[in-house]
Structure formats: structure tokens, C-alpha cells
Design a protein around this ligand. Sequence first.
Ligand SMILES: Nc1nc(=O)c2c([nH]1)NC[C@@H]1CN(c3ccc(C(=O)N[C@@H](CCC(=O)O)C(=O)O)cc3)C=[N+]21
Ligand SMILES: [Mg+2]
Length: 285
Amino acid sequence: MKAQILDGKATAAAIKAELAVRAEALKARGITPGLGTVLVGDDPGSHSYVRGKHRDCAQVGIASIQRNLPADATQEQVEDVVRELNADPACTGYIVQLPLPRHLDANRVLELMDPDKDADGLHPTNLGRLVLGQEAPLPCTPRGIVELLRRHDIEINGAEVCVIGRGVTVGRPIGLLLTRRTENATVTLCHTGTKELPFHVLQADIVIAAAGVPGLISADMVKPGAVLLDVGITRTEHGLVGDVHPEAYEKAAWVAPMPGGVGPMTRAMLLTNVVEAAERQVTGL
Ligand SMILES: Nc1nc(=O)c2c([nH]1)NC[C@@H]1CN(c3ccc(C(=O)N[C@@H](CCC(=O)O)C(=O)O)cc3)C=[N+]21
Ligand SMILES: [Mg+2]
């Protein structure tokens, strides 16, 4: 069987075209959406992600505000930048690129952000709103996954979903999205303490691999005809490697590959959160 591709790149391009129209409409009403990024240190991967985000902004007509700090920046310096962006009306949403250097307290930085400008949906207030079912900016990768499935007409209602990985950006919040009544899936969350990983993955109609362990999901774990989303990214000397073993791709009906699957959708949802935050300003909500 040859799996069909959940083409995140093409889907993200379609979403960006829709957002460009909405950004234009906002400008006509006097509000230019503006994305801020706070980047600390010189990790090449983080710099490359942040560059990508600003390239996306240019395509959609979102203004870019970049704040880069050296690797030895103090907690106070980072917090000053956060306070500055909270106060800057040109910045309608922003992100603090994670991970921060280890000497910094990322949670204190995130807490300081204005939740209404949280483009990542990772502020504790917004994660709390998600738990409570209140409207909030949604975490970008989980939202991107739901959007990618929806736009390919993949049935989420009633699906058995197996998530591998309990990180704050993907594993933990994705279950909250997928178990809302609007999605209505059944979700199993697996992690390094899971005793029978193959057993759980084999039950799944939809597998979301977000552990960051290269090739973790092998072909024998996959129910024939399942939908596989490869969210893991590990940088090796041979390039980027996903969590799904290439042979496992063969057993699936649909695959969101890495690269070209969920990654571009994550970026498109960041832009969506920025445009929506600006739209809420217009309507005063
Ligand atoms: N505050 C914060 N928010 C984030 O959303 C955030 C973050 N910090 N820190 C790092 C992770 C990682 N992340 C990715 C986004 C897009 C791709 C992406 O577009 N990937 C491409 C390939 C990327 C490449 O070639 O390097 C793809 O899968 O096709 C990957 C990873 C967002 N993150
Ligand atoms: Mg830290």
C-alpha cells in the first residue's frame, strides 16, 4: 500500500492565502497585524525557525518585529523585552522562541506575557482557558494537526488517537483539542514510562508521534490503514529525522511526513493566531 500524503506545505500555502485577505481587511480598518519574536542566544536551529516565521509574515502582509538577545542575556533583560512588546501597539502577537538558554527561567518569562498577545497559546492563562473550554489562542502544533486532518476530510469524530510524547507544545495540549465535543476523538497519551507502547499504537486510527526519538514508531506497531503524523524532529549529521520509521509509512493510509507535514502547519497556525488576535482588537472582544 502506498500512503497518501497529508501535504502540510500545500495546506499551509492555502491558509496563508486566506490570511493575506484577512490581513488586508484589517489594514483597511486601521490595524496592521504585527508578529514579534524574542530570540535569545545563537542556536542555529532556533535562528532558522525564527527567520522562517518572518518570511511567512512577509508573504501574508503581517509586520515583523524582531528582538534578538545574546546567549548571556539576563532574566531582567529578557523580561524587559517582554514588557516592551506587551506595551507596543504595533505588536498584536508575539512568541518567545523556546528553548531559552538554561540559566533563564522560561516559565517566569511566559507568565509575564500579555495572554491576549500570546501567539503560541502557551501562556498558562491560555492553557487554562483551553482546559476550561473557553476561547483562547490555541497551541500552534495541535491546532495545525487538527486543521491538516480536517482539510483532508479525515474522520476525527470517534477516532482512536494515540499520541506519543508529553511535551508542553504538542503531546499535552493535543489531547485537550481532540477530546473537545467538536473533535470528539478518544485519546491515549503515551510517553517514556509507557510499558506497552506497541500495544497502544496498534489500536490507533490516528498516530501522532511527537517524542523526538528517531524512528521510534516501527512498521510492526502500525495498524494497516492508520493515519500517521510525524511530528518529531531530530537533527543528525545526515539531516532531519522524524519519529516514524520509513517502513511504517508503507502501512498507513495517510502520512504527514517530516519534513513537509505538521511543521509548515505549525507556522501557518502561528500566523492565524496573530491575525485572529488583531481581529479581536477590531471587534473589541
Ligand atoms: N515559542 C516557540 N514556539 C514554537 O512553535 C516553537 C518553538 N518555540 N521552538 C521550537 C519549536 C519547533 N517548531 C517548528 C516549527 C516549524 C517547523 C517546520 O516548519 N519544519 C519543516 C522543516 C524545518 C527545517 O527544514 O528545518 C517541516 O517539517 O517541513 C519545525 C519546527 C516550532 N517551535
Ligand atoms: Mg530554563
